[in-house]
Design a binder for this molecule. Structure first.
Ligand SMILES: NC(=O)c1ccc[n+]([C@@H]2O[C@H](COP(=O)([O-])OP(=O)(O)OC[C@H]3O[C@@H](n4cnc5c(N)ncnc54)[C@H](O)[C@@H]3O)[C@@H](O)[C@H]2O)c1
Ligand SMILES: N[C@H](C(=O)O)[C@H](O)COP(=O)(O)O
Length: 329
């Protein structure tokens, strides 16, 4: 396999995505890491952080090469307006989406082996009049993929979600037998092909407190989740549940699983982030390419201050590299 070329979309310019680009460039990586962003922005942020970077213009026609620590390979994108560190500006939202289109299309064309995304600010993109609920949904649409699955992972725990960026009120209606089953297929398939887990064991949460308490606290388990689990088991998949989400996340259960499937965003992700915030990765499963991300947001309050943890960015890049290797084996 040739040297992987990984795109890093540096995300919201006012947030810590550009800082992470500068920090990542302080190390030599076993790949060509291409930062998608703006030269002036990166230079200004490096200066604010007091870190030196030598910026090299990205050349897509050249074979990927490994660069020494301190070099930042940049695919230049123009900002609409100069960025003020820490201050959102809706005029720059089209720039953020340009980075994502470059990264996604580059993965689809084979220019990049994977994309790792820096944090974007969903609110300011919508303020710019562009409907946007997250990278997960954006890349699904860009690649015409009908269904994708959000999974976050940290040492010792993987949590995938049946629903992603959905208002809580809309969640119960969205939980159907068909959806639970199709999410499990994608989860098991990617765990097997991109993580080398031959027969993934999946613990499935209920939706309601105490997994519905036999229908006394809600019927989604009886009407949808249990029938899905029964059918998946009959097909030979190693799934179990529905488990009450308040007691499932303990070593006794987790030791027997490769992933937990939560029904909605804030059922699974607070537990994952409590365990591993700063050392976790967000992965979009089911895409025709590899996409990983940091586990945190734009942290506008910390941009340019140097008071940030780049652990999740390192982990996201390392995970992308592992997935690239696994898919080539
Ligand atoms: N991958 C992504 O694109 C992504 C992920 C999560 C949230 N977001 C978006 O980010 C925006 C802000 O969200 P939020 O305020 O809920 O979350 P946030 O992660 O930006 O901030 C939460 C807290 O954690 C701190 N923090 C975050 N990352 C840090 C780091 N690397 N090092 C040290 N401290 C860090 C922040 O300073 C803040 O105190 C929202 O628009 C949200 O949608 C984007
Ligand atoms: N749910 C994600 C998290 O908590 O990390 C975050 O909103 C980012 O989602 P996308 O990867 O879809 O932007």
């Amino acid at each position: 396999m040739s040297l992987p070329r990984i795109a890093y979309s540096s995300g919201e310019p006012a947030g810590i995505g550009p800082d992470l680009a500068v920090l990542l460039a302080q190390q030599a990586w076993p790949c060509e890491l291409v930062v998608l962003g703006n030269r002036q922005l990166i230079q200004d942020r490096a200066q604010q952080l007091g870190l030196a970077v030598s910026i090299q213009a990205y050349d897509a026609t050249r074979a990927p090469q490994q660069w020494p620590a301190g070099t930042l390979v940049l695919a230049e994108h123009a900002l609409a307006e100069p960025c003020v560190t820490g201050q959102l500006n809706a005029a720059n939202s089209p720039y953020v989406l340009d980075l994502l289109r470059h990264a996604g299309n580059g993965c689809l064309s084979g220019e990049f082996d994977a994309v790792m995304t820096g944090p974007v600010h969903k609110g300011v993109i919508n303020d710019a009049g562009i409907p946007f609920s997250g990278h997960t949904e954006f890349f699904a649409e860009l690649s015409h993929t009908k269904q994708v699955v959000m999974m976050l992972a940290t040492e010792g725990l993987r949590v995938a979600l049946v629903t992603t960026h959905l208002p809580l009120l809309a969640v119960p209606k969205a939980i159907t037998k068909a959806l639970v089953k199709s999410v499990c297929y994608i989860l098991a398939d990617d765990l097997s092909h991109k993580f080398g887990i031959v027969a993934p064991r999946i613990l499935i949460c209920g939706l309601n407190p105490h997994a519905g308490e036999n229908g006394h606290l809600g019927r989604e388990e009886i009407d949808h989740i249990i029938p899905a689990i029964d059918e998946l088991q009959a097909e030979g998949m190693d799934v179990s549940g529905p488990w009450p989400a308040d007691t499932l996340f303990q070593p006794h259960y987790l030791e027997q699983a490769d992933a937990v499937l939560a029904m909605y965003h804030d059922q699974g992700l607070p537990v994952l982030k409590y365990r591993g915030f700063g050392q976790a990765v967000n992965i979009t499963l089911g895409l025709p390419f590899i996409r990983t991300s940091v586990d945190h947001g734009t942290a506008l309050d910390r941009a340019g201050t140097g008071k940030i943890d780049s652990g999740s960015a390192n982990y996201a890049l390392q995970t992308a590299l592992t997935m690239v290797t696994n898919t080539h084996e």
